[in-house]
Design a binder for this molecule. Structure first.
Ligand SMILES: [Zn+2]
Ligand SMILES: [Zn+2]
Length: 186
């Protein structure tokens, strides 16, 4: 009756599920839940993980270099903005992406293009902390102006911290999106 039954393959993980898909790397049959679509075809999750591990080739000193570069550049550019009192504010919107690109370029150079997702997060966190520190002076001035009831000062400082936040967000998103571009795409 069922002459086909000995040809039916089941997912290597879910043995009750019949499937026609196979991982194109290890050849094991996989069900739709286990299959990950890649530009070169379907792969099992284990092969994807192994592939990512191979691409994550950062070494410990990469994190130090990337962290330092991102922190110093973030700090310096944010400090410059605070010193200039964000005049004009549009400057912050230009400087954010510009410094972000510079950080990515320098990190790529310093790490000799080694990459990992952790490296991306170390870089963006260090940049965020560096850029955030000078803005604390604005937070302090805002508190001060509230206490002293100086609403003119309150307004100008709130405006400045708005530009500062825009700068910080632009900086971090440019770094993250550009660094993700050279970590593995599945
Ligand atoms: Zn596989
Ligand atoms: Zn499965």
């Amino acid at each position: 009756m069922n002459s086909n039954s000995n040809h039916v393959q089941t997912c290597y993980k879910h043995t009750s599920r019949q499937t026609v898909l196979c991982c194109n790397r290890c050849g094991r049959p996989i069900c739709l839940d286990c299959a990950v679509s890649t530009p070169t075809g379907y792969r099992c999750k284990e092969c994807i993980k192994e592939q990512q591990k191979r691409f994550n080739n950062s070494i410990p000193r990469d994190y130090v270099f990337a962290g330092l570069i991102a922190f110093v550049l973030g700090l310096m550019s944010s400090y410059l903005l605070v010193m200039l009192r964000f005049l004009p504010g549009i400057f912050a919107l230009l400087l954010g992406p510009l410094v972000g690109m510079l950080v990515v370029k320098l990190v790529r150079f310093a790490t000799q293009k080694r990459r990992s997702t952790t490296l991306n997060y170390v870089t963006v966190t260090a940049a965020g902390i560096g850029a955030g520190l000078p803005l604390l002076s604005n937070v302090f001035r805002i508190l001060q102006s509230i206490i002293t009831g100086n609403f003119g000062l309150l307004f100008s400082n709130t405006l400045e911290i708005g530009w500062g936040a825009a700068f910080l967000i632009l900086l971090c998103s440019v770094i993250l999106s550009n660094m993700k571009g050279f970590s593995i795409r599945r």
